[in-house]
Design a protein around this ligand. Structure first.
Ligand code: GDP
Ligand code: MG
Length: 218
């Protein structure tokens, strides 16, 4: 099999209360369809999808799902540690899921340290509101929270697909911007950002300062 060509790989996680729609969002993003029956206990490890950022740089996203382990503290540290960003997911028709977002955010910050994670606040199941269900989190309130925390906010539906790609794109672009400003570097022993296979004739993506060679080879 030919490995698809990409310039970087970013590892992102989806966090938020159980049943808010994380797995469905991932499924839609990677498969282009809504899976009506999603089994919260089936442990899907990760999904992958290629996405281009504004200057055409190609990013492979490695997207990790919590697989039903959403209770606080039950998520292992390495799940966070090896990530560069997180989608903070709540359900627009579930007030409690929004109120738990600050805790999810803190938990992610704590474990992703020393890196400063990129977040996007993602309100799911927008189609329910369109179909008459009672909205429990207003767009304005979520936007205010997002602005106060300097994160992107977006409302989506894994059923209709509205804004699904945009949610992932927002995080991806921000991670890439931070590579360009030098805040993020590719580091040995951290899976948050990795270099990929540069396209022939493309830029040299050797971002890290070269470590002194350990062997005395050539
Ligand atoms: P998770 O526990 O956060 O991974 O949530 P799931 O993706 O398993 O979704 C929980 C339930 O909500 C499932 O029954 C899904 O079919 C449903 N669901 C997820 N996303 C949407 C959505 O955008 N719209 C609607 N109407 N239902 C959704
Ligand atoms: Mg799930």
């Amino acid at each position: 099999m030919v490995e698809p060509i990409f310039d970087y790989q970013f590892r992102l996680i989806l966090i938020g209360d159980s049943t808010v729609g994380k797995s469905s969002l991932l499924k839609y993003f990677t498969d282009g369809k809504f899976a009506e029956l999603s089994d919260p206990t089936v442990g899907v490890d990760f999904f992958a999808r290629l996405i281009d950022v504004d200057d055409g740089t190609r990013i492979k996203l490695q997207l990790w799902d919590t697989a039903g382990q959403e209770r606080f503290r039950s998520i292992t540290k390495s799940y966070y540690r090896n990530s560069v960003g997180a989608l903070l997911v709540y359900d627009v028709c579930n007030r409690a899921s929004f109120e738990h977002i600050p805790q999810w955010m803190m938990e992610a910050r704590r474990h992703i340290e020393p890196h400063r994670p990129v977040f996007a606040l993602v309100g799911c199941k927008l189609d329910l509101v369109t179909n008459g269900a009672r909205r429990e989190v207003s767009r304005e309130e979520a936007r205010t929270f997002a602005d106060q925390n300097g994160v992107h906010h977006i409302e989506t539906s894994a059923k209709t697909g509205v804004n699904v790609t945009e949610a992932f794109r927002a995080v991806t672009q921000e991670v890439y911007n931070r590579i360009k400003t030098g805040e993020y570097k590719v580091e040995d022993g951290w899976d948050g950002i990795k270099t990929g296979f540069a396209r022939p004739g493309g830029l040299d993506f050797n971002l890290v300062e070269a470590e002194p060679a350990k062997s005395s080879c050539c």
